[in-house]
Design a protein around this ligand. Sequence first.
Ligand code: BES
Ligand code: MN
Ligand code: ZN
Length: 487
Amino acid sequence: MQIHSSTQPPVSSKSDILLLFFPENLKTCGNLPAAVSIFLREFEKSKQFAGKKGEALWIHRPKGLQAEWLLFFGLGELSKLDAATISARIGQGIKTALSKKRPTLAVGFHGVKLPPVTLVQLAGITAFHASYRFDQYKPEPRLKDERETKITLHAGRVASPLKEVNAIGDAIGYAKNIANQPPNVITPASLAQEAAALGKQFKLAVTIWDEQRLKKEGFGGILAVGGGSHNKPRFIRIDYRGGGRSAPPICIVGKAITFDSGGISIKPSDRMDEMKFDKCGGVAVLGILRAAAALKLKINVTGLIASAENLPSSSAYRPGDLVKNLSGKYIEVLNTDAEGRIVLSDALTYASRLKPRAIVDLATLTGACVVALGNEAAGLMGNDARLLAQLQKAAERSGERLWQLPLYTEFHEKVKSDIGFVKNTAGREGGTCTAATFLSAFVENSIPWAHLDIAGTAWTTKEEPHRAKGATGFGVGVVVEWLRSLK
Ligand code: BES
Ligand code: MN
Ligand code: ZN
């Protein structure tokens, strides 16, 4: 899909469908073009449309307009809403419009009090989410018209950010496509091949550690977690260099468990299929590097992905094992289902050795985060208030929500091991915070570090009004927005 923008008023559009958004209080919309206000006056009398949230009204061959269809869509009360909610409402309207399966769609906004550039960016990325479908294995392929719908945003005089919007939207769609792949297609090795292909396409240096090299260099955490599967683990490094030769990189680290059965501490079978999404942190790293390259950001970014398949077998690691990770320290395994922090301990050790400007990691790390925040926000933790504040700001612009959780020093006591350095579980209480505290033990203290627990946000289990069921690409939007803000 391609998003375009136009400085012309939307009513002049020749698109097949003209979609117009209105907030609940139509009176706040200001001067409307005559062709539109005629309809609104009629609606007021007949009470057909009042701009209530989710309200949709189709008009065929609207008088005075060139579009075949006109769709009025209600955004509801807007004044108290954040970017995430506004974006979801816009997405709902666009998804409704796309259901008519016409090749061209024009979109106009009335009464949305956002700066035009912010609005175009938010609506543009939202349009990518709304039009996305994972249908590559369906018996009947999507019609060409539907795949290639041209969407034009009419949002006034905008110094066009459309190139950026298309680059970010494309990276999000790319991440969703990989994340949605089944676990018999995406294994650690095939994920590494995806990274290599991305590197070829975007001129990124990609390095892949196979089992032999992982052994040689002491990546004991990744090897332990991946030990139970024939699909051997990989560590993947992707370098984008848009900054100075000697400028330290930003490290983006991701957990990519291509399937998490829990291992010997096996999970219940109910909904276990969803654990194909346990690779979403690592896949987001691919999307972020793709966007960084496409946007030609003037910084150095290094992506690091720890990938393994967590299965039970006679070669699997066990509860009770002591695992020596890349740092040389021993991790006491109490539960093989707390595998994410173990693979990340290697990746964070490796990242710290690069002396980066900052480290941001993304991981579907804990079920406890889903209990705490539901599916509406990712957990945000870290060791540097300035970095956390920057990420929060980026989240507000991107429409992906982050909610900060604490890393109190008391948690350190809880992850200490009696026989090794740390243990990989610390009870149910504060599970998201103790998992992040475990991670912090492998990050050099002087390096600003943030951890995003995306367990509740990385995928949705049902079709939503504004986006498809499955992977959400969460993390690409907010992290790219943050990277764009750096000099
Ligand atoms: N990948 C899971 C976390 C998860 C669970 C993400 C549900 C999304 C939805 C992770 O590897 C895991 O199993 N964590 C355990 C940790 C526990 C054993 C300390 C959990 O959260 O139950
Ligand atoms: Mn697990
Ligand atoms: Zn997991």
